[in-house]
Design a protein. Structure first.
Length: 221
């Protein structure tokens, strides 16, 4: 091989070695230092996490905590107004309302109803029932009685009611007795001079066997 050819080949090999050395040097792993601002911020977060109440101790919602009330529910109560009012039923009132407010919402008390035993100035509570014009008004909280969701016993007097001496309002308080039927009872006792036995109720117009069976343990002659 000629000397000129050998020299050219040597130059090519030398150039290849230089390229290989440069490539190896450029791809070697190098350490990277974070900027000072990032390092100081990371240190501050780490210190906060170690202090009581730091980042790792941010309070969250307690397990089992009751859900927040729905919007609009705050400041409102729901009560059941029953008995001798013009519009009995469930009424929604502002919190802090009194019995008198519930009576107005129910259309007012029916004419001739005795409300002397009803405390109209009492502040109402959510979920209670107000009974108007019935014997022994159970208008205290929880007056509905019985198990939740179960109907309570029909209202009636605590002791047997005298058919010969009862007023029309007292007769209307009996289960199944309205103003018309109460007047029939009064008319019958006026014509016959009073009741001598409970069985005479069968002679009153509008009282059948089933209604008589309901009334028998609640009345006396």
């Amino acid at each position: 091989m000629a000397p000129r050819t050998l020299a050219a080949l040597a130059l090519v090999l030398l150039a290849a070695l230089c390229l290989a050395a440069f490539h190896f040097w450029s791809v070697r792993p190098q350490g990277v230092r974070a900027p000072e601002a990032v390092e100081s911020g990371a240190s501050a977060v780490a210190e906060d996490a170690l202090r009581p109440g730091g980042v790792d101790q941010v309070p969250g919602p307690a397990a089992g905590a009751p859900p927040s009330p729905p919007p609009g529910a705050a400041g409102q109560i729901v009560v059941d107004v029953s008995g001798k009012v013009h519009r009995p039923g469930v009424q929604r009132l502002p919190a802090g309302s009194r019995v008198a407010d519930a009576l107005r919402a129910a259309g007012g008390v029916r004419a001739g109803t005795d409300v002397t035993a009803l405390n109209r100035a009492r502040v109402l509570m959510d979920g209670e029932q107000v009974l108007v014009g019935l014997p022994q008004d159970r208008d205290a909280p929880g007056a509905a009685g019985g198990a939740a969701g179960a109907p309570g016993p029909p209202p009636g007097p605590a002791a047997p009611l005298s058919l010969s001496a009862a007023t029309k309002e007292q007769l209307e308080a009996l289960p199944g007795i309205g103003p018309v039927l109460a007047q029939h009872i009064i008319d019958h006792r006026t014509e016959s001079g009073g009741f001598r036995s409970v069985d005479e109720l069968r002679q009153v117009n509008g009282i059948g066997d089933r209604r008589f069976a309901d009334l028998r343990p609640l009345v006396q002659p």
